[in-house]
Design a binder for this molecule. Structure first.
Ligand SMILES: Nc1nc2c([nH]c(=O)n2[C@@H]2O[C@H](COP(=O)(O)OP(=O)(O)OP(=O)(O)O)[C@@H](O)[C@H]2O)c(=O)[nH]1
Length: 147
């Protein structure tokens, strides 16, 4: 457990950003975590950790370039939902996972470093073997896509 605290005395969680990339037919591009990582083989919304000094949008832009080799513009990211867990995470530090929706990007998404991708209609996402926090985001995503 981390002993980092903010000025209110709360333990600082790891901040993680993720993105539902919505294709023209409404399918979402999902990402399967590569071998050797925490939750390897489970599906997630693409993204990753926010590094010190980064904004969430900048971190997501970087992660999508590194993870899927696509480019996005920060103004195309729509904040959509979040989940907070006090005990998830490889170091037990707690995690706040933010979800954005993005409908526009440049490049063809590619799975890199042993990962995989799949196009999945929103109604079918919950049938994937999802990482636990990503599963909690699915109802928020479906609500946002209805609007
Ligand atoms: N998306 C997601 N991440 C989770 C969940 N539970 C959990 O501990 N995490 C952690 O959140 C972090 C996600 O960041 P990441 O995708 O950049 O992590 P990584 O280990 O693949 O990359 P790294 O090589 O930069 O450490 C990882 O430490 C991962 O273990 C979960 O349910 N969903």
């Amino acid at each position: 457990m981390t002993d980092l605290k903010n000025s209110a005395g709360n333990a600082l969680p790891m901040l993680v950003v993720s993105c539902a990339l919505v294709e023209r037919d409404g399918a979402i591009i999902m990402h399967r975590r590569p071998p050797g990582t925490h939750h390897a083989g489970r599906w997630e919304f693409a993204g990753g950790k926010v590094e010190p000094g980064e904004t969430p949008a900048a971190a997501l832009t970087r992660e999508l370039a590194e993870e899927l080799s696509i480019r996005i513009a920060e103004q195309d990211l729509m904040p959509t939902g979040f989940v907070a867990s006090s005990d998830a995470g490889p170091e037990g530090c707690g995690i706040v996972l933010l979800l954005y929706v993005c409908r526009r990007w440049t490049g063809e998404p590619q799975a890199l470093n042993g990962a995989a991708t799949a196009s999945c209609q929103p109604a079918a996402i919950c049938r994937l073997d999802l990482a636990p926090l990503d599963r909690l985001l699915v109802p928020q995503l479906r609500l946002a896509l209805l609007g």
